[in-house]
Design a protein around this ligand. Structure first.
Ligand code: 13P
Length: 255
């Protein structure tokens, strides 16, 4: 990461894990490990844990995020949660367009774009996930895929709002597989994403925007990934559920 211009964001994506007591216990364990962090620390917890998490992090430097929000303000959308509902709870961040939402729940670039606009309008800090499938990488179209996702997901966003948006590069083949992208692959993709952002929003916005890496990041490989100039943090799944491992990643992002 380039610490002169950007602050690393280390965000845990807990996915569909932890009951409320378990969530409280995990946050209590993370607290001392995040105390002197030289990076932004976020925990993105299931909807049912949001209130517990918001209360648990009071007075600390840990921020709370959700894992999705709907694009309408209210209405007949059974099972959905609006951005305003999250803000009212004290939530600051929201993950949008995660590959698991795209893969299992019909999320498209169009709905990611709509959700992003709603999240920004409500004052949330979005973490928008992009990334190629293994098949797409093998076919040599990683850049086309990332370029298309960025152009569609960030369509119609103001440069000011783009600056507030975190991008998570998550190659789908590296998620939950234990198969991490090499630091060079992560750097190459994060740099490409930054170039696309520069072509749409200008070089100054691209330099300011946080581009995380996500996909089997863990206590062992975090330092090498984060040593790359365009890798500004991580979106961490499995390893964020173990406080010591998450703590090591925070440490690696703080040097
Ligand atoms: P893992 O770290 O478990 O591979 O998950 C990555 C991810 O999907 C974070 O959003």
């Amino acid at each position: 990461m380039n610490k002169n211009v950007r602050k690393a964001v280390i965000a845990g994506n807990w996915k569909m894990n932890k009951t409320r007591p378990e969530a409280k216990e995990l946050i209590e364990a993370i607290k001392p490990l995040a105390e002197n962090a030289g990076c932004e620390v976020v925990v993105c917890v299931p909807f049912t844990n949001l209130e517990t998490a918001v209360n648990a992090v009071k007075g600390t430097n840990i921020h709370v995020g959700a894992q999705n929000c709907h694009f309408e303000k209210s209405g007949a959308f059974t099972g959905e949660i609006s951005a305003d509902m999250l803000v009212e709870l004290g939530v600051e961040y929201v993950i949008l367009g995660h590959s698991e939402r795209r893969q299992y729940f019909g999320e498209t670039d169009e709905t990611v774009n709509k959700r992003l606009k709603a999240a920004l309008a409500a004052g949330l800090k979005p973490i928008v996930c992009v990334g190629e499938l293994l098949w797409e990488r093998e076919c040599g179209i990683t850049e086309e895929v990332l370029g298309k996702q960025c152009k569609l997901d960030f369509f119609g966003i103001s440069p000011e709002d783009m600056r507030k948006t975190v991008i998570a590069y998550e190659p789908v083949w590296a998620i939950g597989t234990g198969r991490t992208a090499t630091a060079d692959q992560a750097q190459e993709a994060c740099k490409y994403i930054r170039d696309v952002i520069a072509s749409i929003f200008g070089a100054d916005v691209a330099e300011a925007v946080t581009v995380q890496y996500g996909g089997s990041m863990n206590a062992k490989n975090a330092a090498e990934l984060l040593s790359k100039v365009d890798v500004d943090g991580g979106l961490i799944g499995g390893a964020s559920l173990k406080a010591p491992d998450f703590g090591e990643i925070i440490k690696a992002a703080s040097v």
